[in-house]
Design a protein around this ligand. Sequence first.
Ligand code: HEC
Length: 226
Amino acid sequence: MSSSVKHRALLCAGMVIAAGTFAYAAEPGPGYYGYGQRATPEQIAGWDIDARGEDGVGLPEGRGGVIRGSEVYAEQCAACHGTFGEGEGRFPKLVGGAGSLRHDRPELTVGSYWPFAPTLWDYINRAMPMAAPHTLSADDVYALTAYILNLNDIVPSEFVADRESLPKVKMPNRDNFLWTDPRPDTAAKPCMNACVDPASVKIVSTAEGKNLTPRTTGPLDTMLAK
Ligand code: HEC
């Protein structure tokens, strides 16, 4: 079992225990289906870690520069991504590919492809290093972001990444992304709330009675013994 798989298995076990512990707190109400529990603000905060690419909303306090980034990178990232982001073996390159996007074999990297610098912070923060995500401090994620941008010649070596500076970085491929969908049938505003009048919905078929899912109310053992 790789350590990331192990990590996930532990996480799942933790979630099951948490669900068991708090299940009694479920409150009947609209949208209540008889299971689960309301997430606490602390639980929501634990998952709500995204930083928005376009304007950096969600980036936390903290800062980090290129030199510190190069040190953390050498320790935690270079083994897979190469000393200068060139990629070891089949691990992805983080640098290069400028001007290659129209070629037969485009090289999509942070430098050649990504539209927003805050997304680099977000990605490293949520997913890297691959075997131990969520172990880096916010400062070190800022430092790594600064270093990888510098390796791509997007920022100078004295650049310091923080919640103010990152959204201002203009990524080379930024203007090649389209931000409006030109198809006429997508122009309407997406509906996020009370989009359909429940009275107008007519259920024409269900899986009930079609013997698709065997039904049992007995314990799992009885089910498996059958
Ligand atoms: C064990 C190998 C490994 C280590 C160590 C590692 N990465 Fe990665 N990294 C990967 C793999 C594999 C992917 C591709 C994941 C995918 O596409 O789902 C990736 C993807 C990335 C990407 C996105 C690349 C792209 O253009 O899509 C970035 C940025 C990145 N890693 C940064 C880092 C940083 C910073 C560190 C050090 C803190 C790090 N990685 C450590 C294996 C690693």
